[in-house]
Design a protein around this ligand. Structure first.
Ligand SMILES: [Zn+2]
Length: 460
């Protein structure tokens, strides 16, 4: 990543002198502006940012504003949106939320908004979200999901009644939670969650199974009015007789149920959060998306880096199944997209050292996810839409983020090279602006080095 091109002296001074910068009225000149809805790049007509929002595009008239002057190879895009983010690390059976490294890796990589789709430590995340919003810590905009609804939450009770579900939703909606995530939930409990969340204008997403063992299938969830579904389209395409991994791995993608299931999503406007790359990473796919373009291990503690290097190639019984899931998911994603289905982007990279899931780092992984989508046969222009405005709309923030438009929040990133020609150009992000605050990717990354994970077998 290259450093910021050119600043007026005032701006450089502000940036260097404060660890966490503050909102700055600003004009961005030069470079190219990527319009994700049109799938085009135009010469930047000048972007004026006032009080953290896009104030004007074209004819910058404020001569007293500092100018961020970009080079001809610079492309400005809306900040990326990760609708399935995780901030937690698990080692020796202990799960901890990381507010030091992970948020920096997200932001430095151009991810200006994350939705924590499954949060083992919701109180801490809520607190950290407020801290970031106050400018007290570096990180993306955190849209929190509150506690897991379902058996993924160790405090969950299968006998929770309608009143119980309503009161948990009420509690978290009042705390300012931005949406909800269910995993391992019963049909009735999902019904109560959805109806109560929608009362507050909040969305619900879920990790669902095949429908086997009395579980809720996506067809059930769609009928109940769910907003998004994570990982698998499921529904009519799966027999619902065994686990979802096995059924996807063995799926005949040409079968009739595949199209029926996709049509069900489309007819109800339900978004599919594809989380495709994590299956490639888990199964150690060797497609090019998983190459390293920077040394990601340098963000780990030396102990953690050694631990991962020592365990990385240990084969896991589940890997052949996951490899097949990954291959099938690519085929299904392309087909669903071509049918007009709503796709969003989620990375789903909990840092589980116990499960051999420490090989790829958050933040960087969003570029892999986009690369894989393009590889699966989705155009670069559509991948960029999926990574920005589609996510914004799916979480109910379409009027605030997702495109570079007047009156929206000034959340954007600057990269080298046209991403419409080569999606991997998004990896070259060097400057990120969130709510009008400018961040230099290299500077953020430097602060994240050597800190993620346990420092020894016993010390963390
Ligand atoms: Zn997840």
């Amino acid at each position: 990543m290259k450093s910021i091109t050119a600043f007026v002296a005032l701006l450089s001074f502000i940036l260097l002198s404060s660890p966490v910068a503050f909102t700055q009225d600003l004009i961005i000149q030069g470079g190219w502006l990527v319009q994700v809805e049109e799938g085009t790049a135009i010469e930047n007509p000048g972007i004026t940012i006032v009080a953290g929002k896009i104030h004007e595009i074209g004819n910058p008239s404020r001569e007293d504003f500092p100018i961020l002057r970009l080079e001809d190879q610079d492309y400005i895009l809306p900040g990326l949106i990760d609708l399935h983010s995780h901030y937690h690390v698990r080692y020796n059976g202990v799960t901890k939320t990381d507010t030091v490294v992970t948020p920096k890796l997200f932001l430095a990589n151009g991810v200006t908004t994350t939705f924590t789709a499954g949060d083992p430590n919701p109180e801490l995340t809520l607190e950290f979200k407020h801290k970031v919003n106050r400018g007290g810590a570096i990180g993306p905009r955190i849209l929190n999901s509150g506690p897991y609804f379902g058996s993924a939450n160790s405090e969950w009770n299968r006998d929770f009644t309608k009143e119980d579900i309503y009161s948990i939703v009420d509690e978290w909606a009042e705390k300012g939670t931005n949406g909800f995530k269910a995993k391992g939930i019963s049909y009735n409990q999902l019904k109560y969650l959805i109806e109560r969340a929608h009362n507050y204008g909040l969305t619900v997403t879920a990790h669902l199974g095949s429908g086997a063992y009395g579980g809720v299938s996506s067809a059930d969830a769609i009928e109940l009015g769910i907003d998004r579904v994570e990982h698998f389209l499921g529904g009519e395409m799966l027999p619902g007789e065994s686990g979802a991994y096995d059924e996807i791995a063995n799926l005949n993608t040409q079968s009739e149920g595949v199209e029926d299931a996709m049509q069900d999503f489309i007819d109800h406007g339900v978004a599919f959060n594809a989380t495709i790359g994590t299956y490639g990473g888990w199964s150690r796919s060797n497609d090019g998306a998983f190459d390293y373009w920077v040394d990601e291990y340098k963000y780990l503690t030396p102990f953690t880096a050694e631990f991962i290097k020592a365990t990385d190639n240990e084969p896991q019984d589940i890997q052949p199944t996951i490899a097949s899931v990954y291959a099938k998911k690519k085929i299904l994603l392309k087909r669903y997209h071509e049918m007009g289905g709503r796709v969003t982007l989620g990375t789903d990279r909990p840092f589980y050292l116990d499960l051999n899931l420490g090989n790829y780092m958050n933040g960087f992984f969003i570029h892999r996810e986009m690369d894989i989508m393009a590889n699966a046969g989705i155009s670069n222009a559509d991948v960029l839409k999926i990574a920005t405005i589609n996510g914004a709309e799916a979480i109910g923030w379409g009027d605030r983020i997702g495109t570079i438009e007047v009156s929206k929040l000034a959340d954007l990133m600057v990269i080298k090279g046209n991403p419409l020609n080569d999606i991997r150009n998004t990896r070259s992000v060097h400057t990120v602006i969130k709510g009008g605050v400018i961040f230099d990717s290299d500077e953020i990354l430097k602060k994240a080095e050597g800190k993620l994970g346990p420092v020894s077998e016993t010390e963390w």
